[in-house]
Design a protein around this ligand. Structure first.
Ligand SMILES: *Cc1c(COP(=O)(O)O)cnc(C)c1O
Length: 469
């Protein structure tokens, strides 16, 4: 079946409210047209992020009741450690409250000022944690990753030639480790092939540089390998994961993604000396090494989530649900980023709203319109998030792409709700000319997308024939 139906049934329901267009219009005004500031309760379908938004299974909830909240040596830690070792294969397992703490512990231990960390594309928190050590975060993804129309099976691959050039340019001693993000979140949730990881490993071996994975969506990446890479069609995803991680020396993980939990993360690695130093820091900033900033019950939920995420019925549904949304949009001519990634569909706002200049924040305007008209919340990934001020002129330097990311939470929405999202967007696309631009009225000096405020400059009454929903 091309789009398999849900491999689960619903035991507990969380009601969602329908708001009217008038209410949403008011909420938007109060929020300064920033969707981070509208109440989640007012969103009919909330696609802001797939991070920490998963629905846990009955098995995970049952595990929550078995939380051993002992300060040291909780039984849930031993279970968690055994599960992580069995999937990832590294010797040491260090729990953290989320992914960025794993990054912080790793980089504050091994990265020194003036060093370089290559990656396919650093996720925001990964980049920020490298830069916090006065080191440089280098994005070395293949150049096709930046072309929204280029349809490649493994568009998250690292450019191995550029990696070697980089090593020769800056010197091996200034690269404490290299990273690969699977799937490549910032590049559209695109997977990395086993072959690419193997060649990266071979190159790094010649220079003695360790390889770490940013493993947040490892199961989705491994499922893409099974679907797309020659020789893996019959291999269980769990074995693909074992093989993939055997090519590295460690990983950082936000279990809020493929851990199927609402909070949690970890760092896992083989190096004993690094582990000692990291553990000392962990005790200072997170907690004792057998809980690392989490409750025993959280560790249990994470252990069970990591097992469940490798269920291939689940993964087939998961990847297909995202693809289902993308294909409905694509079939109706709505411009989206290709190919469709593992956790989200990205609307190409420059092509959706060609009548808006980048100065008018087309992706933000599109995200606002989608919420105003249909109660659907996505997130802008464009000038608001990545635009930079030229220090000399004060003018904005715009990013190449203006995108609205529609991230699909795991096991949360039914395909009928996804159909609603697709039909809404197709309808909005039909009257895209009526969407006006925005003016930014406030911006913070750092990470401005979280707190920016805007004013709507659409002439009043342009979209007036909408049934209130
Ligand atoms: C979410 C994410 C992180 C950070 O994890 P948090 O749990 O949000 O701290 C790091 N890398 C990637 C690729 C991510 O998607």
């Amino acid at each position: 079946m091309r789009f398999p139906s849900e491999p689960f049934k619903i035991k507990v329901v969380e009601p969602i409210k329908r708001t009217t267009r008038e209410e949403r219009e008011r909420l938007l005004r109060e929020a300064g047209y920033n969707l981070f500031h509208v109440p989640a309760e007012s969103c009919y379908v909330d696609l802001l992020t797939d991070s920490g938004t998963s629905a846990m299974s009955d098995n995970q909830w049952a595990g929550m009741m078995l939380g051993d909240e002992s300060y040291a040596g909780s039984k849930n830690y031993y279970h968690f450690e055994a599960v992580v070792r069995s999937i990832f294969g590294y010797r040491y397992v260090i729990p953290t409250h989320q992914g960025r703490m794993a990054e912080n512990l790793l980089f504050s231990t091994v990265v020194k000022p003036g060093m370089y960390v290559p990656n396919n594309i650093h996720f925001d928190t990964t980049r920020a944690n490298v830069e916090h050590q006065d080191a440089e975060a280098l994005d070395l993804v293949i150049k096709e990753a930046y072309d929204p129309h280029c349809d490649l099976p493994f568009k998250g691959n690292l450019d191995v030639i550029r990696l070697e050039e980089t090593i020769n340019r800056v010197g091996r001693e200034r690269i404490p480790l290299a990273m690969i993000t699977i799937t490549n979140n910032s590049g559209g949730g695109q997977p990395v092939s086993m072959e690419n990881i193997r060649s990266t490993r071979q190159l790094l071996n010649r220079y003695g540089i360790p390889l770490f994975f940013d493993a947040c969506r490892f199961a989705e990446n491994c499922f893409f390998i099974k679907e797309r890479e020659a020789g893996y069609g019959e291999t269980p995803v769990r074995e693909i994961a074992r093989e993939l991680f055997s090519l590295g020396d460690g990983c950082t993980m936000s279990a809020k993604k493929d851990g199927l939990v609402n909070i949690g993360g970890f760092l896992s690695l083989n190096d004993e000396r690094w582990t000692q130093e990291i553990t000392n820091m962990l005790i200072l900033v997170e907690g004792f090494p057998t809980y690392g900033g989490l409750a025993g019950r959280d560790l249990e939920a994470m252990a069970r989530g990591l097992e469940e995420v490798l269920d291939e019925e689940y993964l087939r549904f998961r990847i297909s649900q995202v693809r289902y949304l993308g294909e409905l949009l694509d079939a109706a001519g709505v411009p989206i980023l290709k190919p469709i990634g593992g956790h989200a569909v990205y609307l190409n706002a420059k092509e959706f709203l060609p009548h808006l200049a980048q100065e008018q924040f087309p992706a933000q305007a599109l995200a606002v319109a989608l919420y105003r008209e249909y109660g659907i919340r996505g997130v802008e990934i464009g000038t608001v998030m990545f635009g930079k001020r030229d220090p000399a002129t004060g003018r904005t330097i715009h990013p190449e792409l203006e995108l609205v990311r529609l991230a699909i939470p795991r096991r949360v929405y039914t395909n009928m709700q996804i159909t609603y999202v697709a039909e809404s967007i197709v309808e909005l696309y039909g009257r895209r000319d009526s969407i006006g631009g925005l003016v930014m009225t406030y911006e913070a000096p750092l990470l401005r997308h979280f707190t920016a405020r805007f004013e709507d400059v659409t002439p009043v009454g342009v979209i007036s024939d909408q049934p209130g929903r």
